[in-house]
Write a protein that binds this ligand. Structure first.
Ligand code: HEC
Length: 118
């Protein structure tokens, strides 16, 4: 992944361009839309929003939303969690995915440290 070089601002812009904002809110305490609020999702468990009706496909995934898991998810949601109700094809561009993930990571009181370039 290209996180070390990722650009938060470009990632935020991409969430508008890609249409994430049609289904998700990003602010702390934001309401669910078609999809859950995404504040604090990085590092949290799959299905992190209290009270949101996740699919069993996603909620049943073990482990946390690490950078790597988010990268796989956003590449192709239906492949990562077959049966997911996130009807979104995926983000083909790796750089754009890294930017989006870097942006998501800022939506937290304590963002995770970005790993150094390999
Ligand atoms: C058509 C509506 C829609 C679009 C567009 C969409 N999502 Fe989602 N998203 C959902 C739904 C619905 C879920 C819940 C999936 C489930 O329960 O299977 C979800 C779940 C997620 C989750 C997991 C949240 C958690 O609490 O575990 C993340 C992260 C996420 N979306 C990010 C994105 C990003 C980033 C984009 C844009 C690149 C995007 N989504 C575009 C509807 C959408």
């Amino acid at each position: 992944m290209l996180l070390a070089a990722a650009e938060v601002k470009a990632g935020q812009a991409a969430t508008a361009k890609l249409g994430c904002v049609a289904c998700h809110t990003f602010t702390e305490g934001g309401k669910a839309g078609l999809g859950p609020n995404l504040y604090g999702v990085v590092g949290a468990a799959h299905g992190h929003m209290e009270g949101y009706g996740y699919s069993a496909a996603l909620k049943g995934k073990e482990g946390a939303w690490t950078f790597d898991e988010l990268n796989k998810w956003l590449t192709k949601p239906a492949a990562y969690a077959p049966g997911t109700k996130m009807t979104f094809a995926g983000v083909a561009n790796a750089e754009q995915r890294a930017n989006v993930i870097a942006y998501l990571n800022t939506l937290s009181a304590s963002p995770l440290p970005i790993p150094a370039a390999p």
